[in-house]
Design a protein around this ligand. Structure first.
Ligand code: PFF
Length: 538
C-alpha cells in the first residue's frame, strides 16, 4: 500500500501541497473546500478525543473518495497545534481500464461458466435458452452491475460502508453485510471444488487420469471421500488466493487478472478448436446452438435469470468492492457491458469445448461435479485415444483452465471480506486477509468433510457443500441483488446516481433513463419472481 506523508499547516499548506500536484491522483481532492465542514464531523471530534491525538488538530480527508483511510500520527515534527501531520493510505486503484475489465470479468468468469452454463443451455433448449439468457444478462444483469458499481465507486470503501455512506438510513449497511457474508460462504464451498480442480491438474500432469470410465469414476469417489486430501487442496487453494490478495489491488489482483485471463482465453480457444475438429463434433455444436423453442417455459426463464446473476457475481458485493478501486474516469455503463459480453462469450466457448468432445464419443454430458471430474477425463481419454499425447495435453490444459477461472473468482470473493476487515477493524491488510483465510478454510474443511469422510455432517438433509450452495445461490444472491436495485433505484439521491453514471456530467449519459427504468421497476420485479420461484411459490 502506498503511503504519503504530508506536513503542513492550515488550509494554505493544503493549497501549496495541491499546487505540487501531489494529490492529483486521488479522487475527490477537488473537495478541499469542504475541509472546514469536514472538521466539524463528529468522527473528527471523536478522533480528537483520543488521547493519542490530543495535542494536534486533526484534519481529515477521510471523506474524500479513494483516500478513506487516514491515520494521524504523533510526530516529533509537531511543535504546535496548527501543524497537521497525516499519513494517507491510498486504498489502491486499478491502474488501467484493461485491468478493471479483466479483474471484474475475472470475478464473473468462473466454474459457473465452465460447467453450469453449458449444461443448462444444452438442457433448456440450446439457442432458445441462450437468447433468454442474453436478454437476462443485458436487460437485468447489466443494470444490476451498474448499480453495484455506482454504490462502490461513490462509497470508495468496503461494501458495508459504501452502502451506509449513500443514505442517512444506516440500516442499508446490512445489504453490504449480507454481501460480505454471502461471498465468504461462497468462497468456503467454492474452494472445495477449486481444490478438486487443483488436484486434478496435478493428477493429469502426472498422467494419473488415463483410464476407462470405471477407473475415472473410482478415482473421483476415492479422492472425494478421502478424509484429508480434499481438505488440504481446498485450504491450499484459499492460501493461493490469499497470497494474491495480500499483494494489494494493483500488484496482486490486477496483475494476476492480466496474466490469468489472457491465458484462460488462449487455453479455451485451443481446446474449443481441438474439440470441434473431432469426428461427430457437429452434433455437440447443434445440441448447444440449435434453438428448441418447445423447451422454453416460465421456469427456463427463471433459471436463466438465476444463472445470469450467479455468473455475473451479482448480489455478493463483489462488484461493489471492485468498483471502490475504479478511477473517476471509468465509464461504468460501458465497463458493465464489456464485462457482461466477455462473461457470456467465455460461457459459450465453454459449451463449444465440452459438447462437441462429449458427443463425438457418444457421451451425454450430465450436470454437476460429475461432468468435469468423471465424464470429461473419460471423454478426453477416448476422444484423443489415437494420439494420446494430445489427450494428455488437452486434459492438463482443461484443468489449468478451471484452476485459473476459479482463482480469478476466488480472488474477488476474498477481497470483499479482506477490504471489510481491513477498514472496519482498522487491521493491517495482511492481518485482515488472514482473518478471512482462516474463516473460509474452516467452512471449506467442514464442506469437504461432509462430502466424503463425515457423511453425517448434514443440514436439512443436504451435505454442507450443497446446503451452502443452495443457501447462497437461491436465497442470499437474489436478496442482495434485489435490495441493491431497490437501494439505487429508490433510496440513493438521484443526483448521485446521475453523477456517477455520467462521471460528474462529463459523459453524455446515453441510456440513463432506460437504466433508471430497469433498476427501479424491471429488475426488482424480475428478481422477486426468481425468488418466488426458488421458494417454490411460482
Ligand atoms: N461468477 C462466478 C462464477 O460464475 O463462477 C462465481 C462468483 C464469483 C460468485 C464471485 C460470487 C462472487 F462474489
Amino acid at each position: 500500500m502506498r503511503e504519503k506523508l504530508g506536513v503542513f499547516g492550515g488550509i494554505r499548506g493544503i493549497r501549496i501541497f495541491r499546487l505540487f500536484g501531489i494529490f492529483r491522483k486521488f479522487r475527490g481532492f477537488g473537495k478541499f473546500r469542504k475541509f472546514r465542514k469536514l472538521r466539524k464531523l463528529r468522527k473528527l471530534r471523536k478522533l480528537r478525543k483520543l488521547r493519542k491525538f490530543r495535542l494536534f488538530r486533526v484534519w481529515t480527508i477521510a471523506k474524500a473518495n479513494h483516500t478513506s483511510q487516514l491515520s494521524v500520527l504523533n510526530s516529533q515534527f509537531v511543535k504546535s497545534s496548527i501543524i497537521i501531520i497525516f499519513i494517507m493510505s491510498d486504498r489502491g486503484h486499478f491502474g488501467s481500464k484493461l485491468g478493471i475489465v479483466l479483474a471484474t470479468a475475472g470475478s464473473a468468469v468462473g466454474l459457473g461458466n465452465i460447467w453450469r452454463f453449458p449444461y443448462m443451455t444444452g438442457h433448456n433448449g440450446g439457442a432458445a435458452f441462450l437468447m433468454v439468457y442474453l436478454v437476462c444478462i443485458f436487460l437485468l444483469g447489466v443494470p444490476g452491475i451498474i448499480s453495484e458499481f455506482i454504490v462502490g465507486r461513490h462509497g470508495a470503501a468496503n461494501a458495508a460502508r459504501s452502502y451506509g455512506s449513500l443514505t442517512k438510513h444506516k440500516s442499508w449497511r446490512l445489504v453490504g453485510y449480507l454481501g460480505i457474508l454471502t461471498s465468504t460462504i461462497i468462497l468456503g464451498f467454492y474452494a472445495v471444488v477449486a481444490g478438486w480442480c487443483l488436484q486434478y491438474l496435478f493428477a493429469s500432469l502426472m498422467g494419473q487420469l488415463q483410464g476407462d470410465a470405471a477407473y475415472v469414476q473410482q478415482y473421483f469417489s476415492e479422492f472425494s471421500s478421502h478424509p484429508l486430501k480434499p481438505c488440504l487442496w481446498a485450504v491450499a487453494f484459499i492460501l493461493l488466493t490469499h497470497f494474491v490478495v495480500v499483494r494489494g489491488i494493483r500488484n496482486g489482483i490486477e496483475r494476476a487478472s492480466k496474466l490469468l485471463m489472457p491465458i484462460l482465453l488462449i487455453l479455451l480457444v485451443i481446446i474449443v478448436i481441438a474439440s470441434c475438429l473431432l469426428p461427430g463434433a457437429v452434433k455437440g455444436v447443434e445440441f448447444l446452438l440449435m434453438p428448441d423453442f418447445s423447451k422454453l417455459s416460465g421456469s427456463v426463464f427463471l433459471e436463466a435469470l438465476g444463472q445470469a446473476f450467479f455468473s455475473l457475481s451479482l448480489g455478493t458485493a463483489c462488484l461493489c468492492t471492485y468498483a471502490s478501486y475504479f478511477n473517476p474516469q471509468t465509464h461504468l455503463a460501458r465497463s458493465a457491458v464489456e464485462i457482461a459480453l466477455l462473461d457470456t462469450f467465455i460461457a459459450v466457448l465453454a459449451g463449444l469445448m465440452i459438447f462437441p468432445a462429449a458427443f463425438s464419443v457418444g457421451v451425454t454430458p450430465d450436470a454437476g461435479p460429475s461432468l468435469i471430474f468423471i465424464t470429461l477425463p473419460n471423454v478426453f481419454h477416448q476422444a484423443f485415444s489415437a494420439v494420446p499425447v494430445v489427450g494428455y495435453v488437452i486434459s492438463v490444459m482443461f484443468y489449468a483452465l478451471l484452476v485459473f477461472a476459479a482463482l480469478t473468482s476466488t480472488i474477488s470473493m476474498h477481497e470483499i471480506g479482506t477490504a471489510f476487515f481491513h477498514e472496519e477493524l482498522h487491521a493491517p491488510r495482511k492481518r485482515a486477509a488472514w482473518v478471512l483465510t482462516v474463516v473460509c478454510s474452516v467452512i471449506a474443511v467442514i464442506c469437504s468433510l461432509s462430502m466424503g469422510a463425515c457423511p453425517s455432517l448434514r443440514l436439512l438433509g443436504l451435505d454442507i457443500l450443497d446446503f451452502c450452495d443452495k443457501l447462497t445461490a437461491q436465497y442470499m444472491l437474489p436478496t442482495g441483488a434485489f435490495l441493491t436495485c431497490l437501494f439505487v433505484g429508490w433510496v440513493v439521491p438521484r443526483h448521485i446516481v446521475r453523477q456517477e453514471y455520467t462521471n460528474g456530467g462529463t459523459l453524455s449519459g446515453t441510456f440513463y433513463r432506460a437504466y433508471l427504468l430497469a433498476v427501479r421497476y424491471v429488475c426488482p420485479f424480475a428478481i422477486f419472481m426468481v425468488f418466488l420461484h426458488q421458494l417454490g411459490i411460482l
